[in-house]
Write a protein that binds this ligand. Structure first.
Ligand code: ARG
Length: 313
């Protein structure tokens, strides 16, 4: 009897220790798992993982202490707070973000990511939080003055971005020739360097990072005043993750209404804040994106809707 009791006690103890140890391991593994495999269900973790590609000022940059900073980082911190979780940031290639969301490696992406019809087929987007556009940047002494002048020229872009696909499509449809002189890079710094070093004739990139690059290289580059399509930035989550999407949309609503958004605009885009005169620059964009989402639902192959034109791919 006594022996059985002792055995039972040992067993119970062993079980308890096991459970405890296993629990400890799991907690440790969680970070690793979310990084490597992403199989971890978000509910089980006290961490929420945001993926982005750092090097897109002023949305995501490394600050003087080599820490991620910028508009999207602030926004992500607010989202993590609202979700009651610790924010973990994964820096990765921009072109890999959608797949990382789909696989669960990251919970959401805040990367100055534009809503496009193509992306809407793979992920869900929050309400838009910023209106941007693609711009053409050329050397200060360049004779390139229009979109059409890019035909037959070598154009640098960031891999997997809307600028990338726009330049490629423009060449294919308007040039008549299959020739594609687009050269793509994972980092915007390399995109700019290609033009600064004279290996490419122009680069096409979102307006805000372009302005930053032009300012950093005073007198060497200029932004052409030509329209290459406007786009809306939004946060991407895994398709069907309405729980997280609701939290994110709540944060966006809140920051738009309580003055936080205006303060962020004033901090990160001093010029733009003056232009907007207190009005959120995304006014009217939401309808276009809802329309776009509807179109995609209605017909996954829909290629040329008015909304798709409104929100450039
Ligand atoms: N807005 C563009 C797009 O959605 C470029 C975004 C690039 N973002 C970045 N963090 N590098 O394709």
């Amino acid at each position: 009897m006594k022996a059985t009791k002792i055995l039972a006690l040992i067993l119970a103890l062993a079980l308890a220790v096991c459970a405890f140890a296993a629990c400890g391991d799991k907690a440790n593994d969680e970070d690793v798992n979310t990084n490597a495999q992403g199989e971890q269900a978000p509910e089980e973790s006290d961490t929420i993982v945001m993926g982005t590609q750092i090097g897109f000022p002023p949305f995501e940059v490394f600050d003087d202490n080599a820490q991620p900073a910028g508009f999207d980082i602030d926004l992500s911190n607010m989202i993590a707070d609202a979700a009651g979780k610790k924010l973990q940031i994964e820096n990765m290639d921009f072109g890999g973000l959608i797949a990382a969301i789909q696989s669960g490696k990251i919970d959401f992406s805040a990367a100055g990511m534009s809503v496009t019809e193509e992306r809407l087929q793979s992920v869900d987007f929050s309400k838009p939080y910023y209106s941007s556009r693609q711009v053409i940047v050329v050397p200060a002494d360049s004779t390139i003055a229009s979109k059409e002048d890019l035909l037959g020229k070598k154009v640098a872009v960031q891999e997997g971005t809307t600028g990338d696909s726009m330049v490629r499509e423009f060449k294919e449809t308007d040039n008549g020739e299959p020739k594609d002189n687009t050269v793509s890079f994972k980092l915007n710094a390399d995109v700019a360097m290609e033009v600064l070093n004279g290996r490419a004739d122009a680069f096409v990139l979102d307006e805000e990072p372009s302005k930053a690059i032009v300012a950093q290289n005073e007198g060497k580059l200029k932004i052409l005043d030509v329209e290459f399509g406007t786009e809306e930035y939004a946060i991407a989550v895994k398709k069907g993750n309405t729980e997280l999407l609701d939290i994110i949309n709540g944060v966006i609503d809140q920051m738009m209404s309580d003055g936080t958004y205006d303060a962020m605009i004033a901090e990160y885009f001093p010029d733009r804040a003056v232009e907007a005169e207190g009005e959120a620059p995304v006014d009217g964009a939401e309808g276009a994106i809802d329309q776009l989402a509807e179109d995609v639902d209605a017909n996954a192959d829909a290629a040329d809707t008015a909304a798709a034109d409104a929100v450039a791919e």
